[in-house]
Write a protein that binds this ligand. Structure first.
Ligand SMILES: Cc1ncc(C[n+]2csc(CCOP(=O)(O)OP(=O)(O)O)c2C)c(N)n1
Ligand SMILES: [Mg+2]
Length: 589
């Protein structure tokens, strides 16, 4: 048997899985891995911080449906990768992380004083979906297979394989590598036919069925099936934050989650809910009253690829383990046979009646756009972007209040065109996501709405964009403060101030460490070879944005926003409420 390196073996296994791109920073401990990947034609995209590699891989996976692969080197590289692991696992993106660790014989456990060594698997194992170390050359194929199988089992997340440097760079036998279908399921997970029939009966006979979808629909690429089922049933569709736009928001059946009151009323009016690919977590109000009708008034069908999520936060009536696309396709066939049973006229009337709430919500929000003061109110930023960028442009929401303003003034017209950290709220992750999006779709527009606090975490990646020719546009909403926290402190500290008014002195609006100095984002961008511009007048925003686009390279628009108005982002009270336990009937407790 001829000889090869462990790195070459792993690279070949990745190639067999169709991996075409990976993200990470070079290091001598895994030269044979990335060199063989590159030699086999894979693109290596190299950011300036390891966590960014994870966000790029996560965004790439989410947008393309492919596996997002990233690498990090032993000790410090892996330590820097940890935030990326936490976020991408939390967001549920299909990421495979391969790390190097020190040589076999001195690690697991650390012999004592080993350089650049900590318990990678112990730490990442507690954060990710799966984490293992390869103990010997002979077991490389087996553990790579286990890792890849885990990537495609259940809810996506981060899967981690730690490989000692001597196994990656050292020689061993050219071991056989089976093909993906020989070690994992490659077909979509089909629902049992009887469950599909029961679901179809419940949905057809419902007075007002609604559909609530999460990221499972995105990972399964089930947009066409979702639209067809919603239309056939005339069922409104609500989404988790991260699945916004799964049904284009131009559809009369789409209930964007930003219309919180409209969504609450709709969820209380529905007698049957089909939940697909979401665990009904905190940002879905746990599926509880008063935001949803209680279980005795509302039957629920839950479909998920991960069995452990079924009926977890809210009592369900029918639980189905299946791929979202497969289920929706199958139930569509069944529903077509039941159209006569559906009270469609009554549903149409109920839906059009409820839709009035959305218009009321929208009209109130749009009043803010009449304000043309300088520096601008933040609403103009996403609103002008929506006008200037194409419908299929990918938008990334990052930053506290900036993300909130962004959501409220962005209509998502094409499925899977938004990124953010809806589960984690992780400032700065948007920079890597936006670059990962540009890698995934070099011919589509990508823009990132980001706060000046969030941008400070990862600004260096503008150089990465320039180096790799990524044309992402960053709009940095500059209020010179941690805006979302400042407004929060102003309310939270008020009672303290009232109590100690004299001690705190006359400045009663004082907050603790919420103000930031100004960074000239436009100048910084230019220093890295990107295009930079500054704008503060809303009338100048559109021409400035068009100039950014015309540059055909990475651009950073420093947008000065009014710091006081910026703090009062829409819907903040709802987000505060969301973090309290709903007062409704506690279910499953
Ligand atoms: C990595 C990280 N650190 C801290 C926080 C806590 N946090 C939430 S919002 C916020 C302020 C955000 O400021 P900025 O990015 O400037 O956005 P703005 O609210 O001003 O629009 C902070 C510090 C967080 N969500 N993520
Ligand atoms: Mg800010």
């Amino acid at each position: 048997m001829s000889e090869t390196t462990g790195g070459a073996l792993i690279a070949r296994a990745l190639q067999q899985e169709g991996v075409d791109t990976f993200f990470g920073i070079v290091d001598g401990t895994y030269t044979q891995l990335f060199a063989h990947c590159v030699e086999q034609g894979m693109r290596m995209i190299s950011p300036r911080h390891e966590a960014v590699a994870a966000h790029m891989a996560g965004a790439y996976a989410r947008l393309t449906g492919k596996l997002g692969v990233c690498i990090a080197s032993n000790g410090p590289g892996v330590a820097n990768m940890l935030p990326g692991v936490a976020v991408e696992n939390g967001e549920g993106n299909r990421v495979l992380l391969i790390t190097s660790c020190r040589r076999t014989g001195i690690i697991y456990p650390d012999r004592g004083g080993t350089y650049q060594c900590f318990d990678h698997v112990g730490v990442i194992g507690a954060m990710a979906k799966w984490s293992q170390v390869v103990p010997s050359f002979a077991r490389i194929p087996e553990l790579v297979r286990d890792a890849l199988r885990s990537c495609y089992t259940g809810r996506p997340g981060v899967v981690h394989l730690d490989v000692p440097e001597d196994l990656i760079n050292g020689l061993g036998p050219e071991l056989p590598l089976p093909l993906p279908h020989q070690y994992r399921r490659v077909e979509r997970l089909a629902p049992p036919a009887t469950d599909v029939e029961r679901a179809a009966d419940m949905l057809a006979g419902a007075r007002l069925p609604i559909i609530h979808v999460g990221s499972g629909v995105i990972h399964a690429d089930a947009f066409a099936e979702l639209a067809a089922v919603a239309e056939l049933l005339h069922a409104p569709v609500t989404t988790s934050w991260s699945a916004r736009g799964a049904l284009p928001e131009t559809s009369p059946l789409a209930w964007p989650m930003i219309y919180i009151e409209a969504c609450n009323r709709l969820r209380n009016a529905a007698d049957v809910v089909l939940v697909v690919g979401t665990q009904l977590g905190e940002t879905d109000w746990w599926g509880k009253a008063p935001y949803w009708a209680p279980p005795e008034k509302q039957r629920m069908i839950q479909v998920d690829i991960e069995e452990s999520r079924l009926g977890r936060n809210r009592a369900t009536d029918l639980n189905i383990v299946a791929d979202a696309k497969r289920f929706l396709g199958d139930v569509l066939t069944q529903l077509r046979e039941r159209t006569q049973e559906m009270p469609l006229a009554a549903r149409r009337e109920a839906v059009s009646h409820l839709a009035a709430d959305k218009l009321t919500n929208r009209a109130t929000l749009d009043e803010g756009l009449a304000n043309r003061q300088v520096p601008m109110v933040t609403a103009h930023v996403p609103a002008v972007c929506r006008k200037v960028f194409a419908d299929d442009a990918i938008v990334v929401f990052d930053g506290g209040n900036t993300a909130v303003w962004g959501h409220y003034f962005t209509e998502l017209r094409v499925p899977n065109t938004q990124l953010g950290t809806a589960h984690f709220g992780h400032l700065g992750a948007g920079v890597g996501q936006a670059l990962g999006a540009a890698v995934a779709y070099p011919n589509r527009q990508v823009y990132c709405l980001i706060g000046d606090g969030a941008m400070g975490f990862n600004m260096q990646e503008v150089e990465t964009a320039v180096r790799h020719g990524l044309k992402t546009i960053f709009l940095v909403c500059t209020d010179r403060q941690w805006g979302m926290v400042k407004i929060n402190q102003m309310f939270a500290l008020q009672p303290v101030r009232d109590m100690f008014a004299t001690a705190l002195g006359p400045d009663r609006s004082r907050t603790i460490n919420t103000d930031l100095g100004e960074i000239a984002w436009d100048h910084l961008a230019e220093a890295m070879g990107a295009y930079g511009e500054r704008v503060s007048d809303p009338a100048e925003l559109e021409p400035a944005l068009r100039r950014c686009l015309a540059e055909q390279r990475c651009a950073v628009l420093h947008v000065e926003v009014d710091p006081t108005a910026h703090m009062f982002a829409p819907g903040l009270q709802y987000f505060k409420d969301m973090h309290q336990e709903p007062s409704g009937i506690p279910v499953q407790e």
